[in-house]
Design a protein around this ligand. Structure first.
Ligand SMILES: O=C(O)CCC(=O)C(=O)O
Ligand SMILES: [Fe+2]
Length: 346
């Protein structure tokens, strides 16, 4: 598995130290941008092979040299901090339960990603694709069952532009990865081109307060779950909390590594590939005593695209596992379940 510390790989039990030794250092991370944009076929195939290993092993890896300017990250995260310190009643005017298709603010315990839990100990702010210049909200995109405009706080000048600048930079990075995922699956590079014509990309700002020293039962920063889309690109600050479940059912820390982003696969890719690509269970528990911030961006195919298994991924030994549904219906049903436990409050 590529991009995780070799000790992480050992614990995950998929590859030996020897197999990994060509990386030379304690950490192996995938230098995405320089190779993702390279037209040099050997370089792209080498990168796709690394991605394939990571995706078929644990479905998690770190991205380095990702090309997102540090400044864009700093600006977005300081906007997030300004938002989360607003009074609760101000934030609740943007309650995610009251908007079409899950845009806006999630209060503490307002979502529950693991149905066995009682609620997640984080606050969130969710938004989807929107051009920076469309300031009057007139360009609500037709996304079938997932259509729904973003909502923005009225009293934070620059917030929308600051978080959208980061969003668009990461969307560009995400779009450059689809051809590499196709190559990693031995498909033509353009396989996903007609399936990702309008980015079905939702981003979240997340704030995790320190969990109490005696945590409430069934309450974690974010409960054990898999993501719903093809893949997620996550920025996390330097507060450790994210954990990934290995094949033995053991939780392994995905420690913050400065300058990197974490990429994990989600259920849409598991469905496309009939589980050849792994959508791995993960969670976050902030036991650090400090506040934590993270920013995941979830990339799916266009919402009207059917999640049909790629033919080469269905074999006699690996028969088709999933019912075919559209990406939009799948994501919507998962979001409905996640937010169903809490009441509509406005
Ligand atoms: O904050 C994190 O590290 C993980 C967030 C996450 O898993 C999610 O929002 O799906
Ligand atoms: Fe997640």
């Amino acid at each position: 598995m590529v991009g995780l510390p070799s000790c992480f790989e050992d614990e995950l039990g998929h590859r030996t130290q020897d197999q990994n030794s060509q990386s030379g250092g304690a950490f192996e991370e995938i230098p995405i941008m320089q190779n993702a944009t390279s037209r040099d076929p050997p370089l792209r195939h080498a990168l796709a092979a690394e991605i394939r290993d990571a995706c078929t092993d644990v479905g998690f890896f770190y991205i380095k040299n990702h090309g997102i300017p540090e400044e864009a990250i700093d600006v977005a995260i300081s906007a997030a901090k300004q938002f989360f310190i607003l009074p609760t009643e101000t934030k609740m005017k943007l309650d995610i339960h009251a908007t079409p298709n899950f845009k806006g603010y999630t209060a503490l315990l307002g979502e529950n990603t693991n149905p066995e839990n009682k609620g997640d100990l984080h606050e969130g702010f969710d938004f989807g694709w929107e051009p920076i210049e469309a300031i009057d909200g007139s360009q609500v995109r037709e996304d079938g069952s997932m259509t729904g405009a973003n909502v923005w706080p009225g009293n934070l000048p620059g917030f929308r532009e600051d978080v959208l600048a980061y969003y668009h930079a990461v969307v560009k990075l995400g779009q450059s990865l689809f051809p590499l995922f196709a190559l990693a699956l031995n498909l033509p590079e353009n396989f996903f081109d007609d399936k990702v014509t309008k980015p079905a990309a939702v981003m979240r700002l997340l704030y995790y307060p320190p969990q109490p020293s005696r945590p409430l039962e069934g309450v974690q920063g974010i409960g054990a779950h898999t993501d719903y889309e093809c893949f997620t690109i996550l920025w996390q600050d330097n507060v450790p909390a994210l954990q990934v479940m290995n094949i033995g059912g053991k939780w392994i820390d995905a420690a913050p590594i400065p300058g990197t982003l974490v990429l994990n696969l989600g259920d849409q890719f598991a469905r496309w590939t009939n589980d050849v690509f792994k959508s791995t269970t993960h969670r976050a528990i902030n036991a650090s005593g400090r506040e934590r911030y993270s920013m995941p961006l979830f990339f799916g195919t266009d919402y009207d695209v059917k999640l049909e298994p790629i033919p080469g991924c269905v074999t006699k030994d690996n028969p088709s596992k999933y019912e075919v549904v559209t990406a939009g219906d799948y994501v919507k049903s998962r979001l409905e379940a996640t937010y169903a436990h809490s009441e509509v409050t406005v």
